[in-house]
Design a protein around this ligand. Structure first.
Ligand SMILES: Cc1cc2nc3c(=O)[nH]c(=O)nc-3n(C[C@H](O)[C@H](O)[C@H](O)COP(=O)(O)OP(=O)(O)OC[C@H]3O[C@@H](n4cnc5c(N)ncnc54)[C@H](O)[C@@H]3O)c2cc1C
Length: 271
């Protein structure tokens, strides 16, 4: 705790970690829970190059009108989006995810202010971001891996692959992966570590695939206003359709079951 890992190497007994302070540690099993820029994923050879790199900016600002008790996502025509999450009835967290090229020559707070000002749904609801010191930045807001485990190593949370979120995926997947890995390791005991890691990697790939495809499809749809509005009309036409959609993105249902429930609700078979 409190130590930064600066290097990882394979040794006969497993792994050796180097810390910034000069301290070192050895372990037979290495679990990388070190986020989207995972050193463990890169140095263990599990990381993949990410084709689409986006940047996220975020700031807390005053709400000019009482903030509603739910999050909002506002999609812009260029594919960027602004998320609003209320911190209290008077303060809102504003985040934007965009192409880094859009930030060239613009101060981050000015970029956020321009985006807010350009939307008739946002401009009168939240205050301007006062200055650059108020803005946090996250780059890249993506990460991909070949697999979430390899010989003697496992990746958990964003380190094991990042799905551009619809809502809650990041936290859900991080907890799900930690539980799935720990459960397998405990059950297998010291002699079954290799099988436990292989089974974890396979299960992670299986569970990730459907959701990843669905999210990619959804993200292609939401940047096309006519398609996005068509989807919204379908979701709003019957209560059960919208509920099934929320269950689908909230991981209550696996993708195939979520889509089946939506279709069932649309046709009036399922409420
Ligand atoms: C703009 C934005 C909005 C998001 N909104 C949501 C949302 O609404 N809902 C949701 O569920 N998810 C959201 N996410 C995703 C969510 O934040 C992540 O999925 C979640 O934090 C993953 O947890 P983690 O523990 O895997 O990684 P992290 O939270 O990134 O934690 C990794 C930790 O490892 C540490 N670390 C990294 N490298 C080293 C090193 N070399 N040595 C030592 N320590 C190291 C870091 O300091 C950090 O503490 C969002 C992400 C972004 C970028």
């Amino acid at each position: 705790m409190g130590e930064k890992v600066t290097g990882i190497e394979r040794v006969e007994s497993g792994w050796r970690l180097r810390m910034e302070s000069g301290w070192g540690a050895e372990a037979p099993l290495l679990v990388g829970a070190d986020g989207r820029k995972s050193l463990v994923a890169r140095q263990s050879g599990l990381a993949l190059p990410v084709p689409r790199k986006r940047v996220a900016l975020h700031a807390d600002v005053a709400a000019l009108e009482e903030a509603p008790p739910f999050g909002e996502m506002h999609v812009f025509r260029d594919g960027s989006y602004v998320g609003l999450n209320n911190l209290s009835s008077r303060e809102v967290n504003v985040s934007t995810v965009c192409d880094p090229a859009a930030l060239r020559g613009v101060a981050p707070h000015e970029f956020l202010n321009r985006q807010l000002a350009s939307s008739p749904h946002l401009r009168d609801r939240v205050d301007r971001v006062a200055g650059p010191a108020k803005v946090g930045a996250t780059f890249p807001s993506s990460h991909a891996v070949r697999r979430a485990s390899g010989p003697g190593v496992a990746l958990v949370g964003d380190a094991g692959g990042f799905i551009d979120p619809l809502t809650g995926e990041g936290i859900y997947m991080a907890l799900w992966m930690a539980e799935a890995l720990a459960g397998r390791l405990v059950k297998a005991g010291p002699v079954g570590v290799a099988e436990a890691l292989a089974s974890y990697g396979a299960e992670r790939a299986r569970s990730h695939r459907g959701k990843q495809r669905l999210n990619l499809l959804f993200q292609r749809c939401i940047v096309r206003p006519s398609v996005a509005n068509g989807i919204l009309r379908v979701l709003a036409c019957r209560r059960g359709v919208g509920d099934a959609f929320v269950g689908l993105i909230g991981n209550q249902y696996r993708p195939a079951l979520g889509v089946a429930r939506m279709m069932g609700a649309f046709m009036g078979i399922w409420e």
